[in-house]
Design a protein around this ligand. Structure first.
Ligand code: NAI
Length: 467
């Protein structure tokens, strides 16, 4: 049978594309080499890490309830049970995708998919048996893989030297964890293990953590994490990671020159980025062009240079974020069904799920300066928000950026409890081309943390009430 669409890879990009296309009446098949659906995100990424982030936050909070008048004695950690919660969370999510495939009458093929040519995909099962499928459109949604440390030979054994995959499955809390890379993965997983009792040292090449984030947010975030016990070596380039009998040695040197130093670790988490996963897909033979960073090149409709072959998600340009891949999956399904699919790349929120959370959408101040755009800033701290005081969640602030002349919202940045939820109201107003005045004049329920967003918007176009 010839399908309308075959999707290779069932991560957030691939499975959402398949479901949307089926909803629009197309005949869809998916090819997945893992035993379960959902890709990196559901199996070993976003979802399990959030289970551990939440559980470790609760463990940490249980030690700090005095301020609310709750005395519970010492909370004890049962890591096996915490991991079982994580595994159960993964199972319910990957089972959910299998249910969606069934409900939408999507055919599933277990095995490694390879593009034979436009219109033809071969699927090789684990036992070596192969079959060929045909489709009008092939969608490559194979995601990304751990990039390793650029220029450094590291043997990631997932036991002592781990990527995020091993980092969410440690058998015990390490005495000392060294995190290579102060990006999203390093800080999320670093804070999980710090909360569970590990000493955590982050070694980061740049002068700031979360490179690319708004500078003010990044600075305050680093101070908060340092208060939680994380140690930072910034402007430090890791040049070697080697196994020892009892753990590993990590060597790094100041980027601006100086003495190299070596520290010992029980566990080294390598979190220095991810790379597009295109190996074994037959792209070269099919004539599909890659760019100089190994990403599949696509046009504005997600089509590669070979008609009928499309690509979305981490394997193409843009931020490696599950929700960006999902939106591309929806847009592509709509295009393939004859509709007008579209992704607004200017309004893609980013969230770091630490405690407090860090969330942003749109431009940072640094970007606006670099682009010569005149802007206004409005800020409001959670310390002046009644609900935050009631919850002892006064750390952090909301920052809104708007065009100096038109007041159109250009960006929003939040550090604080629940930032990852609050960011969406800023995103929604931005999606509609709204202004800081629109946001500031929208009635917000009292008392809520979200009132800080409203106040920051008021501060952007005039003055906040509570400051
Ligand atoms: P990242 O790109 O966020 O951070 C990697 C960091 O490693 C950078 O700050 C870089 O300067 C540093 N680095 C590189 N080489 C180094 C060296 N030799 N020595 C010291 N530092 C070095 O990558 P990360 O954290 O691995 O995440 C990978 C991808 O997964 C990202 O695209 C991220 O957006 C995505 N992700 C998103 C999450 C979220 O949205 N909450 C959660 C986890 C991952």
């Amino acid at each position: 049978m010839a399908y309308d669409i075959i999707v290779i890879g069932t991560g957030p990009g691939g499975y959402v594309c398949a479901v949307k296309a089926a909803q629009l009446g197309l005949q869809v098949a998916v090819v997945e080499k893992r035993a379960t659906y959902g890709g990196t995100c559901l199996n070993v990424g976003c979802i399990p890490s959030k289970a551990l982030l939440h559980a470790s936050e609760m463990y940490h909070a249980a030690h700090h309830l005095d301020g609310l008048g709750i005395e519970i004695g010492e909370a004890r950690l049962n890591l096996d049970k915490m991991m079982a919660h994580k595994d159960a969370t993964v199972k319910s999510n990957v089972d959910g995708v299998a249910y969606l495939f069934k409900k939408n009458k999507i055919d599933t093929f277990q095995g490694t998919g390879r593009v034979v040519s436009a219109g033809k995909v071969s699927v090789t099962a684990e036992d070596g048996s192969a079959q060929e499928l045909e489709a009008k459109a092939i969608v490559i949604a194979t995601g990304s893989d751990v990039a390793g440390i650029p220029g450094v030979q590291v043997d990631i054994d997932e036991e002592v030297i781990v990527s995020s995959t091993g980092g969410i499955a440690l058998k015990q809390v390490p005495g000392h964890m060294v995190v290579v890379g102060g990006g999203v993965i390093g800080l999320e997983l670093g804070s999980v293990w710090a909360r569970l009792g590990a000493k955590v040292t982050v070694v980061e090449y740049l002068d700031s953590i979360l490179g690319g984030m708004d500078g003010e947010v990044s600075k305050q975030f680093q101070r908060m994490l340092a208060k939680q016990g994380l140690t930072f070596n910034l402007g430090a380039k890791v040049t070697g990671v080697t196994r020892t009998e009892s753990g590993a040695n990590v060597t790094f040197e100041p980027v601006k020159g100086g003495e190299a130093q070596t520290i010992t670790a029980d566990i080294v988490l390598v979190a220095t980025g991810r790379k597009p996963y295109t190996a074994g897909l037959g792209l070269e033979e099919a004539g599909v062009a890659l760019d100089n960073r190994g990403r599949i090149e696509i046009d504005n409709h997600f089509q590669t240079n070979v008609p009928g072959i499309f690509a979305i998600g981490d394997v193409v340009k843009g931020p490696m974020l599950a929700h960006k891949a999902e939106d591309e999956g929806v847009a592509l399904a709509e295009i393939l069904a004859g509709q007008r699919g579209h992704v607004n790349y200017d309004v893609i929120p980013g969230v770091v799920y630490t405690q407090p959370e860090v969330a942003s959408v749109g431009k940072t101040e640094e970007e606006l300066k670099a682009q010569g755009i005149a802007y206004k800033v409005g800020k409001f701290p959670f310390s002046a928000n009644g609900r935050a005081r009631a919850m002892l969640a006064t750390d952090g602030f909301v920052k809104i950026l708007a065009d100096a002349e038109t007041d159109r919202l250009l960006g929003g940045h939040i550090i604080g409890f629940g930032a990852g939820e609050m960011i969406h109201e800023i995103a929604t107003v931005m999606e509609f081309g709204g202004s800081s005045e629109d946001l500031g004049r929208t009635c917000h329920a009292h008392p809520t943390m979200s009132e800080a967003v409203k106040e920051a918007a008021l501060a952007t176009f005039f003055k906040p009430i509570h400051m």
